[in-house]
Structure formats: structure tokens, C-alpha cells
Design a binder for this molecule. Structure first.
Ligand code: GCU
Length: 680
């Protein structure tokens, strides 16, 4: 038995003052840190757990003992141990744990080290409640085995996309000046935050693999290993985005044909070297035949051939390839009405169902287009029962305000994960996502991690939804609020919580109200995608059209008269979406081209809905800004100021959106606003 000192282990050196503790402020550890804890078990992650408790005890006066075995006669308030849970009703796996409170002692039992780490953070979330009244045994395990963040980080600054593609939170946490950053303490702290919300894998470079980044796979794998070393203590596996053309550009081969023996041998050898450097490497992420990236089509091969090539190389080591389904024609002629980008993923991949290896995961964007504020759920999910699918969402707010606008996305993600492709009695998306949940990260080297301090909520809730896809998204937002804002508060926590709920809960709907209406999507400025430009993508090759004319607006995706996309769904959805009479209002313009006078289920016409929601959206931003201002005495000044400044920009942006959209549709349709409000 070793007795721990009450000092912070080196691993937990407090961060420099300028880095925000996010949802792990010291105060969140008070309940734990003021108790007597015993940590039992051996292994690197048990060391992490012990280090966390020792640090908390150093801060709050408790004590921690490290023991090989639990002993009943040793007095303690909290026992965290590795053990067989013979009495657990079902196996909880390496990541699950049980928690019980009996006779004044809280016991967390896990079969695996990761489970112990997650159990510890559960105790932190519970706070005093973990040490109060008795609690019956609770069993916790993640519903999804893989909960991954994709970082679209470039090693070298890209001339157009910068350091982080679609990044709104400063530079990369991993890369700077063309190489891995030296300050791995920040990466380690990131890993700690991620573990505390349930993330267990991180892909450290952009899916668009440029020339410099390609080398991470081979001669620069040592830099990836450094990052992996900083994430490992928090149970996070590292993944790498690789280019399908690697055998050509790195190996000097004449082909990257997935069925070529020399190509297969090259990948096998390259992968062997990756595992020599990173024994617990998670695997590859691949964007192939997509927006200019190389892929198997060049050799007349299918995406199953491509994915299986990499899956086979990874299989001896237990690795996984995440193969993205984001494949469509980005050089479409806008005059060509027979091509529909929304159809593309289904058309390419559904015929391949059953042909992917077990360690190949098909990573599918949650909607058929591209992370718009409102899209139907991708019909691919539900149509490939013999393939491991992962659902990909975008925490980085490319199309949802770029972390200058508040847009808490958990309610939207939750809707996706709870949706049932076969109707009410069928299986949910969360259950179908056997390959896990993937989110494009919104974090960078910004002091608040996410640029907008309230965007931290998106990072937190996406991890928690991966753990429990059917969780109440508002409950998860509350969790984030409580951990981040209230542990240290003695005064007015109710006003603070009420205020934060007011600004977060409806922020996604507010954003939707003042941007592209009724599911039609885009209408953003080309390239950077911030701010309105109604026709910005109307005559472009990207497949993103709204078809507004003087009579109506929307895309006819019906089987009867449109692109046939609605027919990619199973019943009942194929029928629900086929008719404007049954199509939900919020998706009407995604599925139908309708006259401006078309009456929605809400009773309003489409044109009046457009005017009303745009006025409402701006009014809601004004209100939220006021609510935030009223919290000035309750929020730490620097954080308050940062958010207040962003509200000014959000309000300016919302007005700009309102006036563009309303003027555009007034001018097209000639229909005046029923309430006579000012339209330019
Ligand atoms: C969007 C985004 C790109 C990104 C792509 C992807 O199109 O604008 O920056 O590369 O999605 O998901 O691969």
C-alpha cells in the first residue's frame, strides 16, 4: 500500500491563468476533495484517477490512499476500485462502472480502467449528492463504444483555410509553426476535459489531407505519438486522417489501386510502423473521392474496396478505419436539375451494404447535405443494417454562427439521435450508430477553448450524447451550466441558472428563425460561410440551391415530380415527406417547391412565416442579450465581457440576416408583410 502525499502530482500542474477550466473548475471537486478516498487497482489510468483525487484533496483538505485491494475495515467515504461486478445485471465492459452509496460509503466499481476514470468524473458531476443519502446501485455504461472528435486541424497554415479548417477558436491545440506544439500540457488538459464528458477518441488532423499533413503517416508519425502520449492518460485514443493517395505521394508507387498487391503491402507496412510508434493507435479517418480528395473511383474500384484496404492493414492491431460517406459531385452544373446532392451518399453507399469489413466504420453526416441548421436525418442511417455506421455532427459552428452567435446544438443532435428511420416502433438513430458518434471539434488554443465561452456547451454535450444518445439535451445543458458556473456560487445561483437556460435552451431555434427558412439551407456567403447571401450558392457548382422565383421557393425532392430523394426513406417517412400536406413545416422547403401563399400547418403562409420568423429571431437575440447583460454581477468579468461582445456581433448579424432574407423574398414575391413592418 502506498500513501499519497497531499500535493498535486506533476500531471495536474494547474494551468496558466489564461486557460479557462471550462466544466472542470476546481470548485467542482470540492465534495470529492474534502473526503477520505481509497483508490484501488493498478494501471496508468488508475494512476490518473489517483492523481485527480490527490490533487482535489490537496485543494480541499481530504485524503487519499492508494491500495492494491479494497479492505472493508479501512474507513473511507469513497472507494474507487477495479473489480468484478458479480452482482451487476449485465456486463458493463471496459468503460462502464457501478456506483452505490451504503452505510456512509460511496463505492465506484469498474472492470476496466477507463470505467474507473468515468466513474470518478461521475462523482464530480454528482458533487455533494454523491456523499449524501444512500443511493441504490446504479450501473452506467456508454451506449456507443466510440465517441470521437475530428479536428480539422492543419499542421501547416493553409493559404485559404488557415490553421484550423472551419475553426473559430484560435489556432490548433496540436500544431503550430508547421509541427506538433511543444506545450503538451494544454493537450493533456484538453484530454482531461474530454474524458470528463465521455469522449474516447480524437483524430488530430484535417480530413482534407494536404501535402505536409500526409507525412504524419510516415516520417512524421513521431509527432503524432507525442500528442497521443498526452491524450493517453485520459483514456483517449488517437486517430489520424490519411490520404488515399499515400502509396503514390509517400511510397513512390505508381498506383494507389486498392486491389493492387504492392499497394496493400505498402499500407500493411506503413500501418505496422504507426503501431510501433503508437501501440494503442485508434485508426485512420478517410475522406475519399470527396471535394477533390483522391479515392478508389480513380481505379474503377468501389468505396468498399477502398475502406477494406485500410481496414485490412489495421486489423492485425485492432484498429478501425472511419470512412466518410460525404461523397457527392461538387462540380455540378447548376442548370442540371436531375442531379441532387442530397441523394449522393445513399446512391453511392447503400448498394455496398454488407461489403465493409467489421473494422470499417462508415461515417455519415447527420443530414444529407452539410451540417445546416435544419436538415432531415440522412436516409443512409437505417438503410445499411449490415454496416457499422457512425453519425457525424459538427460542433464547430460553420453554418450555425461560427462561435460568434450562441447556438446550443444539443437539442438538434438529440432530435437526430432519437429519430427512428422506420417510424415510431423502429430503432432510433442512436441505436443504429454501432460505429459511434463523431463530432467535428469546435476547440482551439483560444483561452476559452471554443472562442465563444458558451460554445463550450456544444463540446460538453456532444460527448455526453455519445455516452447516452437518448439523454434529455436540456438536462445535459443543465449539467454543463452547473459544473461550469455554479460550484463556487453561494449567492443567487437560481438567477444565474435561469439566465443561462434562457440564453441557451432556445438558441438553436432562434438561429434558425433568422437564417435560411423552412429547411431550405445555405443562403450563406460563399467560401467562409458567415453571414447572409441568399443567392450566394444559387448558381454555383456545389449542389446547394433554393430555386426561389417570383412564385415560390424550395427544392422538389419528391418521387412524383422531383429528384426522388424522398423515396430514399423507408415508410412511413417516404410518404410523410412526399406530400406537402404531411411534410413537417420545418422541412417543407427541403422537400418541396411551393408557392409563397402555401399555408403551413402553423396556419401561416410561407411568405408570412419567413417575415415573422425573421422579426422574431432578431427580437429573441435582443432578449437573450438583455438576459446576459443582467447576469453581469454573477459571471466572472472577463467571461461576461467576452460573451457580451459576441452578443453585439450576433445582434448585428441577425439584423443583417433578417433584412437580407425579408427584402429578398419581398422583392421576389411582391407580397407585403401582413403586419406592415419595415422591409427594405
Ligand atoms: C464542408 C466544409 C468543408 C469540409 C467538408 C467536409 O463542406 O465546408 O470545409 O471539408 O464539409 O466535411 O469534409
Amino acid at each position: 500500500m502506498r500513501r499519497s502525499a497531499r500535493t498535486a502530482p506533476a500531471a495536474l500542474t494547474p494551468l496558466a491563468d489564461h486557460v479557462d477550466p471550462a466544466w472542470l473548475p476546481s470548485e467542482a471537486f470540492r465534495a470529492l476533495g474534502s473526503r477520505r478516498t481509497v483508490v484501488c487497482g493498478t494501471g496508468a489510468l488508475v494512476d490518473t484517477v489517483h492523481g485527480e483525487v490527490a490533487w482535489a484533496c490537496g485543494a480541499f483538505g481530504g485524503s487519499v490512499v492508494r491500495a492494491e485491494e479494497p479492505a472493508d475495515d479501512r474507513p473511507c467515504d469513497l472507494l474507487l476500485h477495479l473489480g468484478e461486478r458479480l452482482d451487476a445485471p449485465e456486463p458493463l465492459g471496459d468503460e462502464g462502472f457501478t456506483l452505490v452509496r451504503r452505510r456512509g460509503r460511496t463505492t465506484v466499481t469498474a472492470a476496466g480502467q477507463r470505467g474507473l476514470l468515468y466513474g470518478l468524473f461521475h462523482v464530480v458531476r454528482l458533487g455533494e449528492a454523491a456523499f449524501g443519502a444512500s443511493r441504490a446501485r446504479e450501473a452506467h455504461r456508454p451506449a456507443l463504444a466510440s465517441r470521437m472528435l475530428d479536428h480539422w486541424d492543419n499542421v501547416a497554415v493553409h493559404p485559404v483555410m488557415g490553421q484550423v479548417e472551419r475553426g473559430y477558436a484560435g489556432g490548433s491545440l496540436f500544431w503550430r509553426d508547421g509541427r506538433a506544439r511543444g506545450d503538451l500540457e494544454r493537450v493533456r488538459t484538453y484530454g482531461r476535459l474530454l474524458a470528463a464528458c465521455g469522449i474516447n477518441a480524437v483524430a488530430v488532423n484535417n480530413v482534407n489531407v494536404h501535402a505536409t499533413e500526409a507525412h504524419l503517416l510516415t516520417d512524421r508519425i513521431g509527432e503524432v505519438a507525442e500528442i497521443a502520449g498526452a491524450l493517453r492518460p485520459y483514456g483517449i485514443r488517437t486517430q489520424l486522417s490519411v490520404t488515399f493517395a499515400a502509396p503514390l505521394v509517400l511510397g513512390g508507387l505508381a498506383t494507389a489501386d486498392p486491389l493492387d498487391e504492392a499497394v496493400r503491402a505498402w499500407w500493411a507496412e506503413a500501418t505496422g510502423r504507426v503501431y510501433a510508434a503508437i501501440p494503442d493507435f485508434g485508426g485512420y479517418v478517410v475522406k475519399a473521392d470527396s471535394e477533390g480528395q483522391p479515392g478508389p473511383f480513380a481505379y474503377g474500384r468501389s468505396h468498399a474496396d477502398g475502406a477494406n484496404l485500410l481496414a485490412d492493414a489495421l486489423a492485425p492491431y485492432g484498429g478501425t478505419v472511419h470512412w466518410r460517406a460525404f461523397v457527392y459531385d461538387h462540380r455540378q452544373d447548376w442548370r442540371d436539375r436531375s442531379t441532387d446532392r442530397a441523394r449522393a451518399a445513399y446512391d453511392h453507399f447503400v448498394p455496398l451494404d454488407g461489403r465493409f469489413r467489421d473494422n470499417a466504420v462508415l461515417q455519415v453526416k447527420h443530414g444529407p447535405m452539410d451540417f445546416q441548421v435544419r436538415e432531415p436525418v440522412s436516409p443512409v442511417i437505417g438503410a445499411m443494417p449490415r454496416t457499422r455506421l457512425a453519425v457525424e455532427v459538427q460542433a464547430t459552428q460553420e453554418y450555425t454562427g461560427q462561435q460568434r452567435h450562441v447556438c446550443a446544438l444539443a437539442p438538434m443532435w438529440s432530435q437526430v439521435l432519437r429519430w427512428r428511420p422506420e417510424g415510431a416502433t423502429g430503432t432510433s438513430v442512436g441505436e443504429l450508430a454501432r460505429g459511434g458518434l463523431v463530432a467535428v471539434s469546435n476547440a482551439g488554443d483560444d483561452p476559452y477553448w471554443t472562442g465563444h465561452p458558451l460554445a463550450q456547451a456544444n463540446l460538453y454535450t456532444v460527448g455526453r450524447l455519445g455516452w447516452q444518445p437518448d439523454a434529455d439535451p436540456f438536462g445535459l445543458l443543465d449539467e454543463w451550466i452547473d459544473l461550469t458556473f455554479t460550484p463556487a456560487r453561494t449567492e443567487a445561483p437560481e438567477r444565474l441558472v435561469a439566465g443561462l437556460r434562457a440564453v441557451l435552451y432556445r438558441s438553436w431555434r432562434t438561429y434558425e428563425k433568422y437564417t435560411a427558412p423552412l429547411g431550405v439551407g445555405f443562403m450563406v456567403q460563399p467560401g467562409h460561410h458567415y453571414g447572409p447571401s441568399v443567392d450566394g450558392y444559387e448558381y454555383s457548382p456545389w449542389g446547394t440551391y433554393h430555386f426561389a422565383d417570383r412564385d415560390g421557393v424550395g427544392v422538389d425532392r419528391t418521387r412524383a415530380t422531383g429528384t426522388g430523394y424522398a423515396g430514399q426513406y423507408a415508410k412511413p417517412w417516404a410518404e410523410v415527406y412526399e406530400s406537402p400536406d404531411t411534410c413537417p413545416d420545418e422541412l417543407l422547403l427541403f422537400f418541396h417547391h411551393v408557392p409563397y401563399g402555401h399555408v403551413l400547418h402553423s396556419g401561416r403562409t410561407v411568405i408570412q412565416h419567413i417575415y415573422d420568423t425573421h422579426f422574431e429571431g432578431v427580437a429573441e437575440v435582443e432578449e437573450a442579450r438583455q438576459v446576459w447583460a443582467s447576469l453581469v454581477d454573477l459571471v466572472e468579468p472577463a467571461r461576461h465581457t467576452r460573451v457580451a461582445e459576441r452578443y453585439e456581433e450576433q445582434l448585428r448579424g441577425a439584423r443583417e440576416w433578417r433584412d437580407h432574407i425579408n427584402s429578398y423574398f419581398f422583392r421576389k414575391s411582391g407580397v407585403p408583410d401582413a403586419h406592415g413592418r419595415r422591409i427594405h
